[in-house]
Design a protein around this ligand. Structure first.
Ligand SMILES: [Zn+2]
Length: 344
């Protein structure tokens, strides 16, 4: 969809060159407090794509909220072409209760496209879909791992979605993963509407992860340059990183219950048969090594030191040449360190 002359969200219309904030009414909470969704709209004078950036679909995933906040504060937006729409906290009821879920314990990311007559989450999803997604031509949605389960910064896209793969490469994450769609997710909604979209994962719930924030910030601006929403960088451009593209991932689970010690870190190469850690019974009855059957790199780790049998401990992305993938991730981190400022 091309950039229309006027973009209307809620009761406000934005002509080219205009900017502002809209409070979309969602409903009221138990104390009759009204909940709104705050939407920040920036329009360049010249026409171009309409990029939507969102975070806080899960209310406890804060790194993405911080990435969106820093993007909207950036001076880069002075030379904006097209439109940037930002929703830093999509699910305000969950954010207020510092929870992943809605007050009725539903996951907003399973409720799209929502229903105007449904539950609070269904109404929220419906408002978001009709008012905001309908205006977008491209989208980036920020997430984080669960509490105590940090993710290596990574982009998830749908297998075979070439438009999204193109955007994902422009984002320059250390890892791109092709993962299947889930019913009711925002990513499924974007795919059904043929909107190229990226799902970013990095860090863990409740915490700010500096590396994820820097990848996220750099990623948004490099996608915007790729879409010609921002002019190319004039100064010497930093070297491009080589992204590891994984077509499958797997969780390695605890073979027994006990105290869990890890022997590997995020981004590290593992090969079939290698030891990832140890799970030990507190009374000294067993010390069981945790092994993988796959070649790949570690993209998620469980940091909780106690594990029941079957608990997911290591998330491994497949890689034909794990050592080379590890080296690429390492190089990617080094370039990020050299060319981005930790506070901007
Ligand atoms: Zn999430």
């Amino acid at each position: 969809m091309a950039d229309k002359d006027v973009i209307t969200i809620g009761d406000r219309s934005f002509a080219p060159g205009e900017k502002g904030t809209v409070e979309l009414p969602i409903g009221s909470l138990i104390d009759y407090q009204q909940v709104t969704m705050t939407v920040d709209v920036r329009r360049g004078k010249k026409p171009g794509p309409v990029l939507l950036i969102t975070a806080g679909i899960h209310g406890d995933e804060i790194s993405g909220v911080e990435i969106v906040r820093r993007v909207m504060k950036s001076r880069n937006l002075r030379s904006l072409r097209g439109t940037l729409i930002a929703v830093p906290v999509v699910c305000m009821p969950a954010f207020l209760s510092r929870s992943r879920y809605l007050p009725d314990r539903r996951d907003l990311n399973r409720l799209f496209p929502g229903s105007p007559d449904g539950s609070l989450g269904g109404r929220l999803a419906a408002t978001f879909a009709s008012e905001i997604v309908s205006a977008a031509t491209h989208a980036i949605d920020f997430h984080a791992g669960a509490t105590g389960r940090p993710n290596l910064p990574q982009i998830r896209i749908t297998p075979g979605d070439t438009g999204s793969l193109d955007l994902a490469k422009a984002f320059q994450p250390p890892v791109i993963m092709e993962t299947n769609l889930r019913d009711g997710s925002l990513r499924t909604h974007f795919t059904n509407r043929e909107i190229p979209s990226l799902l970013f994962e990095g860090g863990e719930a409740h915490r700010l992860d500096s590396s994820s924030i820097r990848y996220g910030l750099r990623g948004v601006f490099s996608v915007m340059r790729h879409l010609e929403m921002l002019p190319p960088v004039k100064r010497k451009t930093p070297p491009k990183t080589r992204t590891v593209i994984a077509t499958s991932t797997t969780w390695v689970r605890s073979p027994r219950g006990g105290i869990f010690t890890t022997a590997v870190e995020l981004g590290q190469a593992v090969s079939a048969g290698s030891k990832l850690g140890l799970v030990c019974d507190p009374f000294g009855r067993h010390e069981t090594p945790i092994k993988t059957d796959f070649d790949g790199v570690v993209i998620g780790i469980n940091r909780i030191a106690t594990a029941d049998e079957g608990d997911a401990l290591f998330h491994i992305a497949s890689a034909k040449n794990p050592e080379r993938a590890e080296a690429q991730i390492q190089r990617s981190e080094e370039i990020l360190e050299e060319h981005t400022d930790p506070l901007h």
